[in-house]
Design a protein around this ligand. Structure first.
Ligand code: HEM
Ligand code: HEM
Length: 247
């Protein structure tokens, strides 16, 4: 797949002047490309809500609020915080499984989240171009139908791998509470001796949150910045599925 031009997937081009192939053959300008299918978009926004809930409640699990007056059962504050964390955790984990399934059955853009062409020279020259663009060293960035090359790197190394770590460590801790014999303990109990002991799992789970927080801050900044300064639509693409090009 070409990393730049919009010309590699003629079937998905939409042009006002006729069929897709005719449009390309006649050199008509490409108006939009259908990139993100509905399940990918739905997953993205559900995942945003789940991760926001997980980060806020997780932070308070790690740094609990000052003690409330009266019996704990009168207000059950930490209980509600933990309940919200575990509910969002199930949504996050099932969503991730669904997203992996969609990488197999969806279009080729659905696979970008899990693949990285690190052995291709062209990929690294695109990374360099993107870095130069961010550093204001080149006047124009490349045009990307899917994710830009730096986004792909961050999505695999900061999002996908950290998400797998969070699910494994999270369900290992959950299995401790649910006790031996629970499905979480049976499936994820091995994580605790692998990392040392329970506190080590807490520490890795906690550190994982900050990796995700850094990813989210840079991701939202880059998405909005590229929407304004780049050559194609970004935020609206994750809503409608269509990428439109400015030039
Ligand atoms: C918790 C917060 C968020 C997380 C964890 C997150 C995660 C992700 C991931 C994993 C993808 C890749 C999607 C895929 O290929 O399946 C993605 C794409 C995208 N996200 Fe987010 N996102 C978050 C918030 C947002 C917000 C608030 C916006 C809007 C301002 C946004 C805009 C986008 C856009 C535009 C893309 C597509 C980028 C492209 O086409 O290259 N995201 N996001
Ligand atoms: C993006 C995903 C997640 C984030 C950001 C996150 C964040 C956190 C944080 C910061 C803590 C406190 C750790 C500490 O300092 O001890 C925590 C605790 C915990 N998390 Fe998560 N978590 C995530 C996913 C999950 C998942 C998928 C599960 C699975 C059930 C889970 C289950 C737990 C459990 C059981 C605890 C310990 C609760 C306690 O000790 O009372 N988390 N989480």
């Amino acid at each position: 797949m070409s990393m730049t031009g919009a010309s590699h997937n003629a079937e998905s081009f939409h042009d006002a002047t006729g069929t897709d192939e005719e449009a390309v053959a006649h050199g008509a300008s490409i108006k939009s490309v259908y990139v993100y299918e509905a399940p990918v978009r739905l997953w993205h926004w559900v995942n945003v809500l789940a991760i926001t809930t997980l980060c806020v409640t997780g932070y308070f699990i790690g740094s609990p609020l000052p003690t409330m007056p009266g019996e704990a059962s009168d207000h059950f504050l930490m209980g509600y915080i933990r309940f919200a964390h575990f509910s969002a955790a199930y949504i996050f984990a099932i969503g991730l499984l669904g997203r992996i399934y969609w990488a197999f059955v969806g279009n080729h853009h659905a696979r970008e989240l899990f693949t990285l062409p690190i052995t291709q020279r062209a990929y690294w020259s695109e990374v360099l171009l993107m870095l130069k663009w961010y550093a204001f060293l080149v006047p124009r960035p490349g045009r990307y139908v899917g994710h830009n090359p730096i986004a792909r790197f961050a999505m695999v190394f900061m999002f996908v791998l950290t998400s797998i770590l969070m699910v494994c460590t999270g369900f290992a801790l959950y299995g401790e509470g649910a006790q031996a014999g629970s499905w979480a303990s049976t499936w994820f109990g091995w994580v605790i001796p692998l990392m040392g002991q329970s506190q080590d799992v807490h520490t890795w789970h906690h550190l994982g949150m900050w990796v995700i927080v850094i990813f989210v801050i840079t991701h939202i900044y880059a998405a909005i910045r590229e929407d304004i300064m780049g050559r194609q639509s970004l935020v609206s693409t994750m809503i409608s599925g269509h990428r439109t090009f400015k030039d």
